[in-house]
Every structure is written in C-alpha cells, then in structure tokens.
Design a protein around this ligand. Sequence first.
Ligand code: AMP
Ligand code: MG
Length: 411
Amino acid sequence: MLTVAEALVVVADCVTVCPSIEVPCQDAWGMVLAEAVASDVDSPPCDRSVVDGYAVCSADLRDGRAELTVLEELPAGRLPKHAVTRGTAVRVMTGAAIPPGADAVVMVEHGQLLEDGRVRLPQAAATAGQNILRRAAAMSRGEVVMEAGRLLRPADVGLLAEAGHSRVRVVRRPTVAVLATGSELVPAWQKPGPAQIRNSNGAMLLAAVRQAGGVAIDLGIAIDEPEALRRCIKAGLECDVLVLSGGVSAGAWDLVPGILQALGVEQRFHKVRLKPGKPLWFGTLAGPQRSRLVFGLPGNPVSSFVCFELFVRPALAALAGRPAWQRPERTGRLTAGFRHRGDRPTYHPATAVPPADAQSNEPPLHYDVTPLDWQGSADQRTLARANALAIFPAGDGTYQVGDAIPLLLLD
Ligand code: AMP
Ligand code: MG
C-alpha cells in the first residue's frame, strides 16, 4: 500500500496544467495569469493634483502668502486652457492635470476667496512638487506590470483593467464532475427513509471543488447498479477530473473500480496508508492532449473530505496553474493528552488556534491544537467543527499536553 507521500507523487506525475484561454479581466479573479502583461499607458497619464486646491507657482508663496488671480476651474479629465504665471493660479480638482507653469498645489482649505475673484493664500507655504503626482510615477507605458503565474486577486484585476487588458489570457479552470454513488443515498432536499441517508458528499465536494478553483459539475447520485453507474461515469469522463464518492471499498456493491477500468481508465493506485481514507482509488484516462484524472473517494464523509484535501485539492491547484500545490503543514502543540491507536497515519479533525502569546503581525510558529471528540469517518458534524486536521503518525502512541504534532490548517 502506498504512503500518502508516494501517492501524491503518482498524482503529481499525472497532472498537466490546463490550456490557457482569454477571458474578460473581471472574470479572471481566482485564475492564474498565463502570460506577462505590460501597460499601454502611463499612470498617471500626466502630472496630476492629488488634492482639491490651487495650482500655483511656488515662488509666489515664498513668504507664505499671496493673492492670486484664478484663471479657470479644472476638473479631472479636462486639459487646462491656461498656463499658470506669476500672480495667477488655477483651481484644480483631485486628479486634474497640472497646468503648465504651475509647480505646486495648495489645498483648497488654505484659500480664501476675495471679493474681486482672486484667492488669498494667507499662510500656505508651497514647495515645488507639493501635492503633485508625476506622470508615470506608478507605471510607465511598455512596462511589465504583472508576471505570468500570478493567481489573480481583485486588486490585480483592477491593475489589468488600468493597464489596458480588458481581456487577459489565463489558465482555464479545470472542469470537475462530482458523482456520488450508493443505492442508500437520497438527494439533500429529500427526507431519507429508515435505512437511507442524504447525499452530503455531493454538496461538500461541489463546494470544495469551487473553493479549489475548479468548475464544479453536479452529476447527482448513481445507484449501485452496473448500467446506471456506467452511464453516469461515462458522462463524468467528459470533464478534466471526475470525483466519485463511494463504491471503492471491498464490498460486494463496490463496483466503481471495475466499471472505471472497463471504460478504459487506467488504475494508478488503489488504497493508501492513511486513516480515514484508505480505500482511495486513483486512475487516468488517456486523452489526445492530456489525461483525465479520476478520483474514487471512499463514501464516508470524513474519508471523502480528507482524501479531497490531501489529493484532489492539490491536483486541482496544479491543473489550474496555481503555484501552491499543497496545503502547508504547521506544527501544533497539544492542549490535552491524547491516545492514538492504529497502524496508519491518522488525520484527526481538530481545532487549531494561534497561542495566546503569538504576535498578531506574523504567522505563529505553532498552533495550540485540540483533537475533537470524533465518532469516526461518518461523523460529518465533528468535521464541520474542525478547522484543522491533526496528523498522528502510525502506531499506538500516548501524547502529553504540549507535545508537538503536525497539522493541516483547513481555513
Ligand atoms: P462506501 O464507500 O460506498 O462503502 O460507503 C461508505 C459509507 O459512506 C456508507 O455508510 C455510506 O452510506 C456512506 N456514504 C456513501 N456515499 C455517501 C454520500 N454521498 N454522502 C454521505 N454518506 C455517504
Ligand atoms: Mg456504497
């Protein structure tokens, strides 16, 4: 049986970044920029006032006072008609172009309008350059403002728009079909019968796919019947990734691996040394350009979740061209004693908080971690309370308060 680390290598070897596409920049949030972009403008486009005020010759205010003739009022977006000469000023709004001849802007609050229309600047000293943002101070035309590989945030999208990239080339989001299998399942909107349960994995996995940057496609529920399963799986194989839940254990109704292989999906591994999640199945379907990935997650919700976090999430990140391929491991210090039993490394739902003495301005070196009272791999309720998975190594062990254990932060 592969270890988690070995299985991750197998998955990583099967991933090829999705091809790039062009999208409107406002749709590029959360996607990865596929090529470096340069600005086609200077920013700002001209010397501009950063305040509402009077554009003046600073020499007029040497002694901190002046009475100046106001030549015009200039809003942002209009070019000045007049040059400022000694004894004159132009009233400029925030963002307005600095008229030729002016070398400083005095804030409007310092001005006093006189009856003859002039403005008195009683105690306003002005130094050359004051309140002026120079042309191209932020970026110059032709300058590369963003490199390929950047995961685009809203502020980046704003810069793309400013720089003239209303459409940008980004890595396409992977399409990910989610199919829950199990004859005991009913849709979440339905009240289950006595031996039925709701398909909670479907909702959870669809949400997780979206969070990981994929386009989630809901294939609903397939019953444990070969023809129904085959039909649903075939539809799912149209996507970059097919994520199944259930039907991959050793039971008589665990038909998924057999059907996948009959449909040409090559098994890369089945079963990984971890708890929960041991029955995980992974395979690929060869395609003309790139392989499609198929993850058969075990049906129990916590198993499904752990396998998604450990294997599917990083695969989706890599397909989407995102730089971080794995969630970072942190060090936790136990807040309570704990006994771990089991022959596999265990990913135990836990809460993790920065210690009370952590500096708020830097990431903590370790977290205080509390393993939750967890009823096993079907216990979705406890999973929903967790913000971390505490990783207990294989083997029986007794842990004391303060012992260090690795953890994965989930939020
Ligand atoms: P399986 O892996 O198919 O043997 O399923 C293992 C356990 O997980 C069974 O108790 C199933 O009822 C449960 N299970 C399977 N699929 C789901 C699902 N989509 N949502 C919630 N529980 C599930
Ligand atoms: Mg099942």
